[in-house]
Design a protein around this ligand. Sequence first.
Ligand SMILES: NCc1[nH]cc(CCC(=O)O)c1CC(=O)O
Length: 295
Amino acid sequence: MRKVTAGSRESKLAVIQTEMVMDFIKEHNENVEPVMLTMKTTGDIILDRTLDKVGGKGLFVKELDKALMEKKSDFSVHSLKDMPMEVPDELPLIAFSKREDPRDVFVLPKGVTKWENDKPIGCSSLRRTLQLQKIFPDATFESVRGNVITRLRKLDEGQYSALILAAAGLKRLGFEDRISRYFTTEEMIPSAGQGIIAVQGRIGEDYSYLKDFNDEKSAYAATAERAFVKYLDGGCSSPIAAHAIIDGDELSLSGLYYSEDDRNYVTGKVLGNVKEAEELGIKLAKELKDKINNK
Ligand SMILES: NCc1[nH]cc(CCC(=O)O)c1CC(=O)O
């Protein structure tokens, strides 16, 4: 038996996602035995500030990168949306999972069936707040940090009138029944990579046991979405949204760009062949940059 170690964050969602990758490996490789190594990351420890105030990029990955570099693990499993746009050359992304539902959703406190505008909506990113202000013009918004389960607890304790979360996390955690409304990806453009699990490896290693895990559509979508955000210099917590939809050979990329200077945002869309995923991301980024400069 060949033992391989998967590095993971400690949160329930991270562990479930890592187990999904490990189960795949077990099913497809009789001679490989995956084990998990969990660790706390800076992003999990600092919970009293919003992520853009904590500063720095890759708050959820540094510790996992270190374990991978030091060969304490053989690969890391991440939510792609928490990954910085640039990863170290020695630690490339080697596989992308099939995409789970990429939409953001509206969650009400337990026992509540209709939204009451009596408390703020808990919303953890500027990306979500900006787009929500259009959908709920009278609402107020407040940052909520912590992992998905902590956020749900705060909601149920009465701190918020509702929460905005990713459908993917709720579904993987078995909380699909808490979803009261799905936002379309047009009214609420998701974060780049939302719903995709990324596996990160170490250069020069043999990952043939993960060969069939990679989903081609997800890889194209990830390339386009991340090229867009990278060009606009966003990190994991920047107010930039990007979502690619793939239909056969055609890729349609929607994006949102926010300007700190005039506190305004623009959205746009480009279409092209999946093979031009990266170029499409850059094309949309340039278009939106021009659009905001001419506003
Ligand atoms: N930033 C936290 C985070 N990272 C990944 C997910 C959900 C799973 C995914 O998007 O793949 C979540 C929770 C959320 O935003 O609701």
